[in-house]
Design a protein around this ligand. Structure first.
Ligand code: BG6
Length: 474
């Protein structure tokens, strides 16, 4: 495996710790080497020190052992290069030598504008043979047009079966459990549709700000960084039809149909159906937090959104008329990600105080699936109380280590299984829906709504639901 951008946050915080875990559990091929390429002029020893420091910080203390690290480090090598220089790829080919004949996975942990030149340079240096795979991090481009350009140039060098577009949300345990819940239990299927479901909420709320990614984030924003990919992928898994097989093509065929059925939001609808916000100064966990525009490498008159909420609709037989409320933001009150399936109330209320059922699928911090049912409180009379059927996955499987999404996905790339990766047409369909919303924002000349850091986002996001008598599950 060759990781481009090996000194960046993603490589140091996510990829190397994930590879370390896989190594520790004996899941990596014995002869697999991990080359890391980046611009910094570092010797291998200095890179290993840097990598060890980050792995120690990310890996639980009980899972980090010096001898395991030492054997993992034997797999690691560092190569200093300028990714924009074709001559450096010639040097890279020499450096890789015979090992390239054994096949190589290129992991592009870089900005998307480097995807095209890297693919081209790999090709010109003779490094893009049939026994290679390429992994691209989201977001793929910043619009439909740029994504198509990237996908076309990648497609000139690599066949679609060699391309793995990663969205780490698809590697999360509960996300896959959602598929098990839906497609391995007959119970929910008859009610999983319009007529029985009132609405769906998908929330990904973070307390972190942009940390040291201000330069990237300020050109990206919450819509492109999170909603276009992670939230839409979650929406697909909630809404898709059962695939005929659990394989890459069948699953992705069903997901793409949902993306293509999303009702377009453009023009004046954008004001009505979306809210974008930007965090102002506030407090999180008792700590003062500066406003977004004071973050490092962020323009101080930036109009980039750090929060977005959308009322989406799916124009198909199963979902007509069911709102899907999506929301994500940075510097919010709490870090959590969840999907709420809100069922309709019973058609005829026999008892006072009865509430509609709700299925809560919590991705993080806890991996939980809980179903809210109405029950009777003990004692005389029909006093009703909401009760939870609660499946906490950490309690059901206490002996199993919780895998990080990247571990699972890296192993899938190594094994060549692209079921949990985005196909090219999925990326196109997601951008086709997102582009007109971003355009509508720019045409309205309306700045993002400020919200205090440590809150649940701008109040306009509450209105998005309240005007139809609904509310966010906070
Ligand atoms: C990444 C985004 O894809 O997902 C980050 O670029 C975000 O901005 C992160 O913080 C959230 O991932 P998770 O797994 O912590 O919810």
């Amino acid at each position: 495996m060759l990781v481009f951008g090996g000194t960046g946050d993603l490589a140091l915080h996510k990829l190397l710790p994930a590879l370390y875990h896989l190594h520790r559990e004996g899941r990596l091929p014995a002869d697999m080497r991990i080359h890391v390429a980046a611009l910094n002029d570092l010797q291998r020893g200095a890179y290993l020190t840097l990598a060890e420091r980050h792995c120690r910080a990310q890996v639980a203390r009980s899972e980090f052992a010096l001898d395991t690290w030492a054997s993992f480090a034997e797999r690691l090598d560092y190569f200093s290069m300028d990714l924009s220089q074709s001559a450096d790829f010639g040097r890279l080919a020499k450096f890789l030598g015979h090992s390239q004949q054994r096949g190589c996975i290129y992991y592009l942990a870089t900005a998307p504008d480097l995807f095209e030149p890297i693919a081209e340079h790999l090709h010109n240096a003779g490094l893009a043979g049939a026994n290679t795979r390429i992994v691209l991090e989201k977001p793929i481009g910043h619009s439909l047009e740029s994504a198509q350009e990237i996908n076309q140039s990648i497609g000139r060098v690599f066949a679609e079966s060699q391309v793995f577009r990663i969205d780490h949300y698809l590697g999360k345990e509960t996300v896959q459990n959602l598929m098990a819940l839906r497609f391995a239990n007959a119970l929910f299927e008859p009610v999983w549709r319009t007529g029985h479901i009132d609405h769906v909420q998908i929330t990904v709320s973070e307390t972190l700000g942009v940390e040291n990614r201000g330069g990237y984030y300020d050109h990206t924003g919450a819509m492109r960084d999170m909603l276009q990919n992670h939230l839409l992928q979650l929406l697909c898994l909630v809404a898709m039809e059962a695939p005929v097989r659990f394989d890459a093509e069948a699953v992705r065929n069903e997901k793409v149909k949902i993306l293509q059925a999303l009702k377009p939001i453009s023009g004046l609808d954008v004001q009505d159906k979306t809210v974008r916000g930007q965090y102002a100064a506030g407090k999180i966990g008792g700590q003062d937090v500066p406003a977004y525009y004071f973050e490092k490498n962020v323009d101080n008159d930036s109009d980039t959104e750090t929060f977005v909420a959308v009322h989406a609709e799916i124009d198909n037989w199963r979902w007509a008329g069911v709102p899907f409320y999506l929301r994500t933001g940075k510097r919010m009150a709490k870090k959590y990600s969840e999907i709420v399936i809100q069922f309709k109330p019973v058609p005829h209320r026999l008892f006072e105080g009865s509430q509609a059922n709700r299925l809560l699928i919590s991705l993080q911090p806890e991996e939980r699936i809980s179903l809210q049912l109405m029950g009777k409180s003990p004692g005389r009379g029909m006093r009703l109380t909401p009760m939870e059927l609660d499946l906490n996955l950490a309690q059901v499987f206490p002996q199993n280590r919780r895998w990080d999404a990247y571990e699972r996905l890296l192993l899938d790339v190594i094994e060549g299984d692209s079921t949990l990766f985005m196909r090219r047409d999925e990326v196109d369909a997601a951008w086709s829906w997102v582009d007109p919303i971003i355009k509508g924002w720019h045409e309205s000349y309306q700045n993002p709504r400020p919200y205090p850091a440590g809150s649940n986002g701008p109040e306009q996001a509450q209105n998005l639901l309240e005007r139809s008598g609904r509310e966010w599950h906070d």
